[in-house]
Design a protein around this ligand. Structure first.
Ligand SMILES: Cc1cc2nc3c(=O)[nH]c(=O)nc-3n(C[C@H](O)[C@H](O)[C@H](O)COP(=O)(O)OP(=O)(O)OC[C@H]3O[C@@H](n4cnc5c(N)ncnc54)[C@H](O)[C@@H]3O)c2cc1C
Length: 239
């Protein structure tokens, strides 16, 4: 991010988040000629697709529905290799869009916004980062998504577990993304929920040939449907 963009009291817009929403907001506001500063807690673009990099992570809507349609160049130059793209391809798409539209220069990555205060008299938002910087702007767009912060399950005694607890939404970057390792499963436990769970279960069965116990607090139609109706997932789970 250009420091001249971020400093000073006269920015037009602050955008928080570099997922689908945040990148589009930055692009759109720049097209409108507005002065922008953007912040992302993660190390790069991608939003949930930056964080959710566990084996088996993929879209559950056709990839084409996930494509940006606002830019003819971006639309024409990208071809999805699968009808339901996997996480590495989603991340590649984010990188392509960010490079193609030169969006990264507006962002400060690895920077979390910890406070946002509206000054009614000055008609100004002041946001504070976890690095202690403050930035002010007329508008503040929280493109922070509904799923980017994992919620640890409240399981009594979980603190006694001595293995590594893996979380779908914070999958370690150093682990392979294309398959489960023995180390992911043998004496460790993976916590996942809802839409992540059916990716997990199918992949664990496929990669390790193991029986998998999936525990879900609230039986939801979506979860049941995934196994009852989705040929793709059901076949993978049986394999
Ligand atoms: C595994 C998975 C699969 C999914 N599959 C589909 C699908 O197939 N189709 C579909 O439509 N939707 C799907 N979703 C839903 C998905 O969340 C949305 O479709 C979309 O990607 C959300 O984009 P977003 O820009 O709103 O938010 P996000 O992608 O969540 O991006 C928000 C970003 O804001 C950052 N952030 C949050 N708080 C702060 C802060 N205080 N300071 C700085 N940065 C912050 C986060 O780090 C994150 O990178 C899926 C979600 C998951 C987790």
């Amino acid at each position: 991010m250009n420091s001249s963009d971020a400093k000073g009291p006269h920015l037009d817009v602050i955008v928080v988040g570099a997922g689908f929403g945040g990148l589009y907001a930055v692009y759109k506001f720049r097209e409108m000629g507005l002065k922008i500063a953007a912040f992302e807690a993660g190390g790069d673009v991608g939003g949930v697709w930056y964080w959710n990099r566990y084996p088996g992570a993929r879209v559950d809507l056709p990839s084409i529905d996930y494509s940006y349609s606002f830019s003819p160049e971006v639309e024409q130059e990208w071809t999805w290799s699968e009808e339901f793209a996997s996480q590495p391809e989603l991340l590649a798409y984010f990188n392509f869009v960010a490079d193609r539209l030169d969006l990264r220069r507006h962002y400060q990555f690895k920077t979390r916004i910890v406070r946002a205060v509206w000054d009614e008299a000055r008609k100004l938002w002041t946001v504070t980062t976890d690095r202690g910087e403050t930035v002010a702007a007329t508008y503040c767009v929280m493109a922070t998504g509904p799923l980017s912060v994992p919620r640890d399950p409240e399981i009594p005694g979980v603190e006694l577990y001595t293995g590594e607890l893996l979380r779908a939404g914070r999958w370690p970057h150093h682990r392979p993304r294309d398959r489960f390792q023995r180390a992911d499963l043998s004496d460790e436990a993976a916590d996942c929920a809802d839409r992540d769970a059916y990716d997990f279960v199918a992949r664990v069965r496929r990669d390790r040939g193991r029986r998998v116990a999936a525990h879900e607090r609230t039986a939801r139609l979506r979860w049941l449907n995934a196994f009852a109706c989705s040929g793709q997932y059901a076949a993978a789970a049986r394999a």
